[in-house]
Structure formats: C-alpha cells, structure tokens
Write a protein that binds this ligand. Structure first.
Ligand SMILES: C[S@@+](CC[C@H](N)C(=O)[O-])C[C@H]1O[C@@H](n2cnc3c(N)ncnc32)[C@H](O)[C@@H]1O
Ligand SMILES: O=C(O)C(=O)C[C@]1(C(=O)O)C=C[C@@H](O)C=C1
Length: 247
C-alpha cells in the first residue's frame, strides 16, 4: 500500500488518453487529488463532522464514488451513532480493491468503528436503502450530464427526514471573467503543488471529455428539481465547492 507521487502526465504523451480511474491512477490517487483539488483535506474531514450532525440510528450512510475511501474513513472517525453502517460504492475495480485494503488497515488501528461494506457497482443502477447521509465527493462531475437528475432524484427519495446529501464538485462559472480568474488561480494552485506546465496541460486534455462541471446555479436548480428543499453551500476554495442539500 505504498503511496506514490503523481507523475502520470510528467512525460510528453503522443496522444493523451481520456482519464480513467485505472490501476495507474489508483497508485497515485491520494497524492493526485490532494495536489489537484484545493481544499480537499478540509472537505473530507468536515464531511465527517457534518455527517455527525445528520446521521441517524439504524440507518445507512453512503459514500458514492468512494475511490480509496477517504470520505468513508472520515465518516467512521466522526460518526458514533447506534446501528449505523457505511456503504461505499465505486465502479472501478482497481479503486475498490485498494479501498478494501485501506479500510482493513483502519479497522486494525481503531476499535468500535462503524461497520463498512465496499461495493463494486455503478451508482446509477444502485437500489438505495433508507439513508440519513449521502456523500457525492467529486463524483457527480464524472456522471453523464443527462443522467445526473435521475440519480439525484433517487438519492432524494431514499433520504430520511432530517438527513442530508453532501455534494462536492469542481464549478464552472457563468460569468466569463470569474470563470477565467478562478481557472487561472486553480492552475497557480497546481503549479504551487509541483505540477509542471506539461503535466497541467496533459491532465486538462485527459479530463476535458470525461469530467464535465456544472455551475452553482445548475446544481441548485437540479437539486430542487430532484425534490430537495434547500441547498446550502458550506465550503468553496477557488473553483471547487461543497454543498449541503436537505430533503
Ligand atoms: C474524483 S473520484 C472521487 C473521490 C473520492 N470521493 C474522495 O473523496 O476521495 C470519482 C470516483 O467516482 C467513481 N465513479 C465514477 N462514475 C461512477 C459510477 N457511475 N458508479 C460508481 N462509481 C463511479 C470513479 O471510479 C472514481 O473513483
Ligand atoms: O480539475 C482538475 O484539474 C482536476 O484534476 C480535478 C480532479 C477532480 O476534481 O476529481 C480530476 C481528476 C482526479 O480525480 C483529481 C482531481
């Protein structure tokens, strides 16, 4: 389980393939996401804290698009509620395999953690159980735009009264200047974290067709259309934000 630095895009590639959550990405993912997403450690830790306020006894907490289970681990660090369990779901077999290893390691270090199940599955086909907390931490942006409303509607229907969805995403901005400024500052963030111009450019072309960010207004409207009653942004750093959506 050695963590490696992300050098995936450091050498010039004749053709940059579309970004996929494969074994190469899994090997460097903790380093990649921390150096690419401003505020990521703060968001992950505080999802645990927020979950502590919404989690209800005898219910399920979902971590959808769990990758290596960073959010699942935060949920298990912060939530102490009777008969609660976490279901982490990801459709990348490489992610799921490594996630299970990390969670076993967490189990061996701490006692009385919430039980957890890691499913290798497509969240678009998942039958949700009654849930008090759903986390979509930088996952919705990888779902085809025309499938996002239906997914959020099914999550809303599974949410118990008093529960919440926590949705974190990279944002697009409708104001052209704001979009440009925060995009440039995000590039400065990547540079400050040691990425070269080549790495930044090649990563950008790898994700441009597979990761399609929406604006805050689009998220709000879609969440309301899915049946949520209130949308409250709780964190933003540059062009990355996290929202609480209440049923
Ligand atoms: C940016 S990563 C999420 C990061 C993670 N939530 C965290 O906080 O560290 C997006 C994840 O969503 C997963 N994913 C994308 N589409 C999915 C789908 N339809 N069903 C399940 N997982 C999906 C990917 O395999 C990837 O692991
Ligand atoms: O926007 C970018 O440049 C990113 O690298 C973002 C992002 C993400 O938000 O998930 C894309 C792929 C990796 O999962 C890590 C970070």
């Amino acid at each position: 389980m050695k963590k490696q630095p992300d050098r995936l895009f450091a050498q010039p590639l004749a053709q940059v393939p579309d970004f996929a959550f494969n074994e190469d990405v899994v090997r460097v993912f903790p380093d990649m996401i921390k150096r690419s997403v401003p505020g990521y450690p703060t968001i992950v830790e505080n999802i645990g804290v927020l979950a502590g306020q919404f989690a209800q006894p005898h219910s399920v907490l979902y971590d959808l698009g769990s990758s290596l289970g960073a959010v699942t681990q935060a949920l298990r660090r912060h939530v102490q509620v009777e008969d609660c369990r976490v279901i982490a779901v990801d459709n990348s077999s490489a992610m799921v395999e490594r996630c299970r290893e990390y969670l076993h390691a967490q189990d061996s270090m701490f006692q009385e953690l919430l039980p957890v199940e890691v499913l290798e599955a497509d969240i678009l086909g998942l039958e949700f159980q009654p849930t008090s907390l759903v986390a979509l931490n930088f996952t919705l942006q990888f779902i085809q735009p025309e499938q996002r409303l239906e997914l959020l509607t099914r999550i809303r229907q599974a949410l118990l009264p008093g529960g919440a969805l926590i949705l974190s995403e990279k944002l697009r901005f409708e104001d052209v200047e704001q979009h440009q400024l925060l995009g440039d500052l995000h590039i400065a963030f990547k540079r400050a974290n040691g990425y070269s111009e080549l790495e930044i450019a090649q990563k950008r072309s790898a994700i441009e067709k597979v990761m399609l960010p929406d604006s805050l207004e689009q998220h709000r409207e879609r969440l309301l259309a899915a049946g949520f009653s209130k949308v409250v942004p709780w964190f933003q750093c540059l062009n990355f934000a996290s929202l609480i959506a209440l049923p």
